[in-house]
Design a protein around this ligand. Structure first.
Ligand SMILES: *[C@@H]1O[C@H](CO)[C@@H](O)[C@H](O)[C@H]1NC(C)=O
Ligand SMILES: *[C@@H]1O[C@H](CO)[C@@H](O)[C@H](O)[C@H]1NC(C)=O
Length: 298
């Protein structure tokens, strides 16, 4: 059986940025031209090439960029991703509706997390978090299944607060003091109806079906508009997952060099071991296809 060394893995993904996590469903906000205008090319490019990246890392470069406008970018809400780039990607929910969510954790860092409704005018949460974890993505105990796949229930006391697209956004927020990194990912939505829920299943289903086809289009749009200075801006979604996993491989092989436990890789590993580890770390089930699609590795 063919065996790859960790060194090969690191070299093959040398151009990657360490990635950490993002919502995968419902379709989250993505970078685009409005983000470039607000946050500058460098910040938008950084998140275009690694959607999972953290805010603190970007803030090391952002303030020195002449095209970074801190007020417009509003980096601590949705990582500076702008509603204006995502106007054709707005979920339609009803009060009391249960919304299934999926998150990709590309690299765990012990922290806390929650999912909250944010009033975009003030960038502050409306009410209590819809779900919260006091320990999230622990490097000690591993990522729990219910941290990457869970339901949130849309409150029934929102009134008309979130009835206009862009007024509210649903923000997944994960903060790791261990890593001094904060990650955010937002889903735009409106809430109408009285919570009778009679049409919620089909309307949200068709909204999701419609938006899933936009995912590819909008990430291509973001990548091409941001490609001026980005080296990896054209990386499609599968490759982002692949390269994030590789960054994790580099990190975990350094931290835990010899043991091939389920969440770390041994110094030498087979393709089978890598794929099984990759699935576990990223939650990607079509790992073989993702890996094969990487232009340089495998
Ligand atoms: C929930 O997330 C927000 C960011 O959206 C954060 O400011 C707040 O401290 C978190 N609350 C809890 C209880 O974790
Ligand atoms: C997630 O699952 C763990 C154990 O599997 C359980 O202890 C915990 O309460 C669950 N958390 C949530 C938010 O459902």
């Amino acid at each position: 059986m063919k065996s790859f060394s960790t060194a090969f893995g690191v070299a093959a993904f040398a151009s990657t940025v360490a990635g950490h996590g993002y919502i995968t469903s419902p379709q989250p906000r993505e970078p685009g031209d409005a983000m470039i205008a607000a946050c500058g090319k460098q910040v938008a490019n950084t998140f275009s090439s690694d959607i999972n990246g953290n805010i603190q890392g970007v803030l090391q470069i952002a303030p020195s960029q002449s095209d970074y406008d801190a007020d417009k970018c509003n980096i601590w809400t949705c990582k500076g991703m702008q509603f204006d780039d995502n106007t054709d990607n707005v979920q339609s929910w009803t009060a009391g509706e249960k919304v299934p969510m999926k998150v990709n954790i590309a690299a765990p860092h012990t922290g806390t997390a929650n999912v909250s409704i944010i009033d975009t005018a003030s960038s502050s949460p409306i009410g209590e978090p819809l779900i919260a974890w006091s320990v999230y993505a622990s490097t000690a105990t591993g990522v729990q299944a219910n941290q990457t796949s869970f339901d949130v229930t849309i409150p029934s006391d929102l009134g008309s607060k979130c009835s206009t697209a862009g007024a509210c956004t649903l923000q997944w927020w994960w903060d790791s003091r261990e890593a001094d990194q904060t990650y955010e990912s937002c889903v735009d939505f409106t809430v109408g109806g009285s919570g009778s829920g009679s049409s919620s299943g089909s309307s949200s289903g068709s909204a999701q079906a419609a938006t899933s086809t936009q995912a590819a289009a909008s990430s291509t749009k973001a990548a091409s508009s941001a490609s001026a200075t980005a080296t990896a801006a054209t990386t499609p979604v599968n490759n982002v997952l692949t390269t994030s996993a590789a960054a994790t491989a580099a990190a975990s092989s350094t931290a835990t060099p010899s043991q091939g436990s389920s969440s770390t890789l041994p110094e030498e590993f087979t393709a089978e071991q890598f794929i099984s580890w990759f699935k576990q770390v990223t939650g990607v089930t079509n790992a073989r296809r993702s890996l094969r699609s990487h232009p340089r590795a495998f």
